[in-house]
Design a protein around this ligand. Structure first.
Ligand code: HH2
Length: 276
């Protein structure tokens, strides 16, 4: 079992807290400490099972942030949440030094969009920290990943990559029960040609045998399917995508709108459990 217990309702809801000036949907909203802590409290009150805290945007064109700055953004917020709640906290970072500082401040999961490839000591750091680790698929680098992504078989290639990264993590000493996988919707994928078959193919990722985290909340493919709706008008599509993940057996969905997603997941699961 991972350090994040499955709730009675089945799939867990991870609430996103971006302590950044430039995230694609909520950049700047929670960059001040007080605003970040208030949003964390709101996500907890809304029913989040896990908080995912990030201090650097991974959207194409986002300004890189150095490790010290990232630590200065996230660590005070993690400490303050930890002082008043036992909610599991995940740190969304590519940098081992940020993951280490976050775990020392009370985080229990390292969510890495590069699947521990960003720094040579990423794998060894994850093993030493002993925390849960999310290995996410991305084609290319954050800055340029949306410039002509290519696949022959997007589901097969993502599954093969994740299986390889899980093997690398195990070989480096990460315990099997600490490993989570994430197909990385929107990370080096054509907005509809790759993201939609990938979501439809989630059962093949779930079949790899690790808990799967899915992040579709407010992403571009939703706008593309709805006449260019901006990020703050993508709630319906975000919930549809989250439920597609729950139906496929993902262990957690990563979302900005916790209250609405918790309600949708509970209702969906109640209906599924009532089937004869
Ligand atoms: N998506 C984003 C960031 N981190 N981590 C995982 N494991 N899976 C995801 O799908 C994922 C992620 C992008 O969303 P957001 O954090 O809102 O934006 P930004 O990267 O601009 O801060």
């Amino acid at each position: 079992m991972t350090t994040i217990e499955r709730t009675a309702s089945g799939a867990r809801v991870m609430g996103v807290l971006n302590v950044t000036p430039d995230s694609f949907s909520d950049g700047g909203d929670f960059v001040a400490f007080d605003a970040a802590l208030a949003q964390a409290r709101r996500l907890i009150a809304d029913g989040a099972d896990i908080l995912d805290i990030g201090g650097e945007s991974s959207r194409p064109g986002a300004a890189p942030v150095d490790g010290a700055e990232e630590i200065a953004r996230v660590v005070p917020v993690i400490r303050a949440i930890r002082a008043e709640s036992d909610i599991p906290i995940s740190i969304d970072t590519m940098k081992p030094e940020v993951a280490r500082a976050a775990v020392e401040a009370g985080a229990t999961m390292w969510n890495d969009v590069t699947a521990l490839r960003h720094a040579p000591h990423g794998l060894a750091t994850a093993a030493a920290l002993g925390c849960d680790v999310v290995l996410m698929h991305m084609q290319g680098e954050p800055g340029t990943m949306q410039e002509g992504p290519r696949y022959q078989d997007v589901v097969g290639e993502v599954a093969a990559f994740l299986a390889e990264r899980a093997r690398a993590a195990l070989a480096a000493g990460v315990r099997r029960e600490r490993i989570w996988l994430d197909p990385g919707v929107g990370f080096g994928k054509h907005v509809t040609r790759h993201n939609l078959p990938l979501i439809a193919g989630l059962p093949r990722i779930v079949a790899l045998g690790y808990p799967v985290l899915l992040g579709v909340s407010r992403k571009s493919f939703i706008g593309a399917l709805d006449g260019g709706a901006p990020p703050d008008r993508r709630l319906g599509g975000s919930i549809a995508g989250a439920l597609a993940g729950v139906a496929a057996g993902v262990a957690a969905v990563r979302v900005h709108d916790v209250r609405e997603t918790v309600q949708a997941v509970r209702v969906w699961e109640a209906i599924a459990n009532a089937a004869g």
